[in-house]
Design a protein around this ligand. Sequence first.
Ligand code: AMP
Length: 288
Amino acid sequence: MRIVRSVAAMQRLARSWQRAGVRVGLVPTMGYLHAGHISLVHRARALVGRRGQVVVSIYVNPTQFGPKEDLSRYPRDLARDARLCREAGVDVIFAPDDQQMYPRGEEGGFSTFVAEETLSRGMEGKSRPTHFRGVTTVGAKLFNIVQPELAVFGAKDFQQAAIVKRMVRDLNFPLKIVVAPIQREADGLAMSSRNKYLIGDLRAQALVLSRTLAKARAAVRKASQPLSAARLKAELKRFIERAPAARVDYVEFFEPDTLVPVPNVTRGAQMALAVFIGKTRLIDNAHL
Ligand code: AMP
């Protein structure tokens, strides 16, 4: 396994693979890897085959963090990530630094951004106004640097996957976006690098996210008629905030392809929520 640090070296490698007709799959991450990330690596391997190349990018992308968010304290451990990647059969880790990705220099700094303007408006985009512009910008850069034929994203970040798919379609990036299922801990908590912040009893309180999804699913499956989204949201918010450290950011029901909110909830709707557990903001989602 190679660790590549510079954009130029990664692009040289990508070009040599292209010339040799080697299939390439990319798994973009911010590192501090867990079994959720590794499931994406396995999916990429299954798709490109044994002779293909699986690249994991590890980059805590500053442009997708808001000014009051956890950029500086976001967990990082490249040595551990490299070990996990090696065990999972990754071929290349692309781990650039900020100067590689957003150079500052004599010719003037970085000044080009890619923004998706419809799917980005609600939910995460509303709570984190510059987040998706950072995601699409770094995504576009990674696709140009690694030139994969496919990139694997997790359903954990449902809105992100939809937006990246839309960007790829709208800007004709020559690759396929594959979305892989959410990996959970045994008790239901969706795996996340941010779970590291959940100390003491916050870890147990964080279960309220997956329990709320289960509660909504049970309600929808039991109901003989569509449920009012407004009423269900209010009830679920009350349920969530029974956990003393929990504060709801949003609970949303929407159509999974367009992300348009639905006024009435039936089976087949998508549900997503963001909840602060103490200072840690967690997200989760499910198909109802
Ligand atoms: P991150 O490092 O949090 O930016 O995540 C990198 C990729 O891993 C994204 O496509 C995420 O959706 C995906 N991912 C994160 N957590 C999980 C999980 N629990 N299950 C599946 N995919 C995940």
